[in-house]
Write a protein that binds this ligand. Structure first.
Ligand code: SAH
Length: 235
């Protein structure tokens, strides 16, 4: 299989693995946005209780644990083994029931197609060589009638200024090299890839993050930087 993975990206995340659960460290923005994105997921897909949920590119499990705590039967996957180890240990320490595997999205899709009520893929598509292929695998993993929720970063001068210049250089919120501008994804591109994967787009929602106030909120009018897309797999 043509591996849809950038090994430099994986090495960078492996080097940061010890930081996943430091809410004030390099992963701070993910901790701040987590309750807001969980709320969006629940708004769009209904109660998570007893639903089978996959978290693609789960990292240390910040969202995966929250999904499990909201009642989901959650599985997190990531190709960074060090992150998966951190995720497993953290869930064990917190006594949260959640499964983790170090496996690619495409391999899991071949292994267990149509297995999940909901597939989430957050802040990961802008790190893979072929995001369309990842979205196709997400669609394959979803049950007919199920939900796919994606999030990524838009590509325009404002997102360049905020996510690269401000976040990596001026404010040093995240390590330099975390994001590559050319890999940011416009909503129109995400929509095209979702449709090619056989998904129907149900909603797009902007996410505003304020690093100074350490706050985040949903904003349907502002897709300029971070945004979500909710899709349904037809029955
Ligand atoms: N989804 C998590 C982590 C986002 S960081 C969250 O939002 O909290 C991006 C994650 O994508 C990292 O954990 C990285 O290891 C993972 N990743 C990057 N390329 C990947 C690939 N090809 N397959 C699986 N995971 C990948």
């Amino acid at each position: 299989m043509n591996a849809n993975v950038d090994t430099d990206e994986i090495s960078r995340f492996e080097a940061l693995a010890a930081q996943w659960w430091d809410a004030h460290g390099d992963m701070a923005p993910l901790h701040v946005i987590n309750p807001v994105r969980l709320r969006y997921i629940e708004q769009r897909s209904g109660s998570l209780r007893s639903k089978t949920v996959l978290d693609v590119g789960c990292g240390g499990g910040i969202l995966t644990e929250a999904l499990a705590q909201a009642g989901a039967i959650a599985l997190g996957i990531d190709l960074a083994k060090a992150s998966i180890d951190v995720a497993i240990e953290h869930a064990r320490d917190q006594a949260i029931r959640v499964d983790y595997r170090c496996i690619s999205t495409e391999e899991l899709a071949a292994e267990t197609p149509a297995r999940f009520d909901l597939v989430c893929c957050m802040e990961m598509l802008e790190h893979v060589p072929d995001p369309a292929q990842t979205i196709a695998a997400c669609a394959q993993l979803t049950k007919p009638g199920g939900h796919v929720i994606l999030s990524t970063i838009n590509r325009n001068p404002k997102s360049y200024a905020l996510m690269i210049v401000a976040a990596e250089y001026a404010l040093r919120l995240v390590p330099r090299g975390t994001h590559e501008y050319a890999k940011f994804i416009r909503p129109s591109e995400l929509l095209r890839w979702a449709r090619s994967a056989g998904l129907e787009s149900a909603d797009v929602m902007g996410l505003r993050y304020n690093p100074l106030l350490k706050s985040a909120s949903l904003n349907s009018q502002d897709l300029d930087v971070n945004y979500f897309m909710h899709c349904r797999k037809p029955t």
